[in-house]
Design a binder for this molecule. Sequence first.
Ligand SMILES: Nc1ncnc2c1ncn2[C@@H]1O[C@H](COP(=O)(O)OP(=O)(O)OP(=O)(O)O)[C@@H](O)[C@H]1O
Ligand SMILES: [Mg+2]
Length: 357
Amino acid sequence: MASPELSTRHAAPLRTAPVLELCDLSKRFGDVLALDRVSLQVSAAELLAVVGPSGCGKSTMLRAVAGLLAADSGEIWAGGRQVAGPRTFVPPERRNVGVVFQDLALFPHLDVASNVVFGLRRRDRGRQQRVREVLDLVGLDGLGQRFPHELSGGEQQRVALARALAPDPAVVLLDEPFSHLDRNLRTLVREHTVQVLHAAGATGVFVTHDQEEALAAGDRVAVMHAGRLEQVDVPEQVFHNPTSRFVATFLGEADFVRGERVGDRAHTAFGTLPVTTPGVGPCQVMLRPHEVAMEPADSGSGVVVRTEFRGALVLHHVRFADGSTLRGVRPHSSPLAIGTRVRVRPLVDHPLAVFAA
Ligand SMILES: Nc1ncnc2c1ncn2[C@@H]1O[C@H](COP(=O)(O)OP(=O)(O)OP(=O)(O)O)[C@@H](O)[C@H]1O
Ligand SMILES: [Mg+2]
């Protein structure tokens, strides 16, 4: 963990007043503290991506917001109204919250239009018109009479999204909605979903355990670990300026090199590097593999000890005389053989995150 004086915590400001707000929300299952005083705000038309390892509490948080479970303490506000609190528990159907879960939960015996209309109250006038609008919005125009088994996985996902959006909810919650799709389709469906949510002006919380997905889809990203939110910020900040080593390594490969900080720079074995947080004394500077270049050199201080083919790039593990290691990438067209002596040079055009030594 970064010590407080090293932390550069500055959550991105909300763009508008919050539509969803969680205050000190906690939930325990036996010995497991699934939510540990979680506080969070999501502003109107914002898509917040929540990412974290399996079992860290992501689904528990969404289920508490949806009203599918009661938290032990804390408050939830949705659309300006308290929906859960010490003396309040609004049932799911009256929370004005739409949900898309991993299994989609489409009714197999109902056609697409009937699945979508299911989310609308009987007394809502113009229900058929609204069904047509949302099917159009998700790109399923004209498929209202099909049954779920007559649709592809990606199309079924669109039906679930249309059903969640139909009542024009204050907040849409998506829990790993793409995990049943293969990788290529998943990217397409995700991009489409984000476009639809933005087009609808929806406020959304989207859970994934895929780091790339969170960084690509979220207006902001909340990184969760063991029931706590470790950092909530725009994708660039959580990636380049993580406030803890957990966030640093969870969002991508990261190595830490010893340094001596003097003001806003740190002296390291790889030169003097700019750092995000000024200070004085020993520190650890974060370098990601794409920020590390290496060239073969007889006088170099490192030796390539392992390579991993990654397609376009090859990841090289380099070891130094003091036993420390660093990873860097080279194009697939010019990998270096194991045993090659190399000179390593950080490619840095921005200040680097810095942690306590
Ligand atoms: N109904 C329950 N009863 C007992 N324990 C539960 C229950 N629901 C969740 N848990 C526990 O709470 C913790 C958080 O679970 P949760 O489902 O929120 O994790 P998650 O972050 O969604 O994980 P995944 O990425 O695997 O879906 C886990 O340790 C889980 O075993
Ligand atoms: Mg889950």
